[in-house]
Design a protein around this ligand. Structure first.
Ligand SMILES: NC(=O)c1ccc[n+]([C@@H]2O[C@H](COP(=O)([O-])OP(=O)(O)OC[C@H]3O[C@@H](n4cnc5c(N)ncnc54)[C@H](OP(=O)(O)O)[C@@H]3O)[C@@H](O)[C@H]2O)c1
Length: 262
């Protein structure tokens, strides 16, 4: 679908690239010629992914927690030493758990915001200062979620992702002077490892609120990420692209959770 070698000579970092959507994004960049770094907390997961992804191209890995700024700076230093530059950052790492808002503990709320919002900012600022700003060139794609009408059933991640959505707009304006584009992709319900943790009661009727009655595939998220980080979107910045089969516009999103969460 994309031109062969579209990302030849490009260096890409995909956080959370050891599983699910991040893994698929990493694989698709590799197929188009990029050198791809995948990073996450679980060494075993990242090693396994490294082995598998090596079949598709030049992949490198690191164990790093986005909540720990020193670990992210070490990751940046490693990329600099090995590859000399970074062209594309995909902020994909994240996680949350379903809960009615009144039942989320303060610690649980703080944990999700720390991971999905604060961790994303650490990675973004460190990669920008180490690479994109001095290079006067860079491209950032933030993976958020379908927060268009709030996020009933996951108030903590809704708030955190709304923060990243706003950050996407702010940085797109502030960093245009460094020739950095910043966009976001908001996946709807995607058939991936991320759904493993959700209760069976939710999974049973999960497609009922989606206009076309099916979940999205991981490739359907990866392709828009490739597009937004390619020259094909060179006049797009500060945008959030919903990849949800129209679910942000239609469907009762609370119904999906309410029976199992209240
Ligand atoms: N699947 C969906 O329907 C859906 C919808 C909307 C948004 N999303 C978002 O899309 C992203 C990918 O989701 P997925 O479905 O592919 O789930 P996933 O397989 O659970 O992927 C999340 C990845 O993030 C990594 N991660 C989590 N916290 C991290 C941290 N503090 N530091 C570094 N890495 C961290 C995890 O690896 P480690 O455990 O090894 O750290 C994991 O590889 C997530 O941000 C998710 O919330 C998914």
């Amino acid at each position: 679908m994309f031109e062969k070698d579209l990302f030849k000579d490009k260096i890409v970092l995909v956080t959370g690239g050891g599983s699910g959507i991040g893994y698929t994004i990493a694989r698709e960049y590799l197929k188009l010629g990029a050198t791809v770094y995948i990073a996450s907390r679980n060494a075993e997961k990242i090693e396994k992914a490294l082995k598998e992804l090596s079949a598709f191209g030049n992949v490198k890995s690191a164990v790093a927690d986005i909540r720990e700024s020193e670990q992210i700076q070490s990751l940046a230093d490693k990329i600099k030493e090995e590859s000399g530059r970074l062209d594309i950052l995909v902020n994909n790492a994240g996680g949350q758990f379903p809960s009615a808002a009144e039942n989320i503990s303060f610690n649980g709320f703080r944990a999700v915001v720390t991971n999905n919002l604060i961790g994303t900012f650490y990675v973004t600022q460190i990669m920008a200062k180490t690479f994109f700003i001095p290079q006067k060139e860079g491209n950032i794609v933030n993976i958020i979620a379908n927060i268009f009408r709030g996020f009933p059933g996951m108030a903590h991640t809704g708030a955190a992702r709304a923060g990243v959505d706003n950050l996407t707009k702010t940085l797109a304006i502030e960093w245009v002077r460094y020739n950095i584009r910043v966009n976001a992709v908001a996946p709807g319900i995607i058939l991936s490892s991320g759904l493993d943790q959700y209760p069976a009661a939710i999974m049973k009727d999960i497609t009922a609120s989606i206009p076309n009655k099916r979940m999205g595939t991981m490739e359907e998220v990866a392709y828009p990420v490739l597009f937004l980080s390619s020259p094909m979107s060179s006049y797009i910045s500060g945008e959030t692209l919903y990849v949800d089969g129209g679910n942000h516009l239609w469907g009762d999103q609370w119904k999906m959770w309410s029976e199992s969460l209240t």
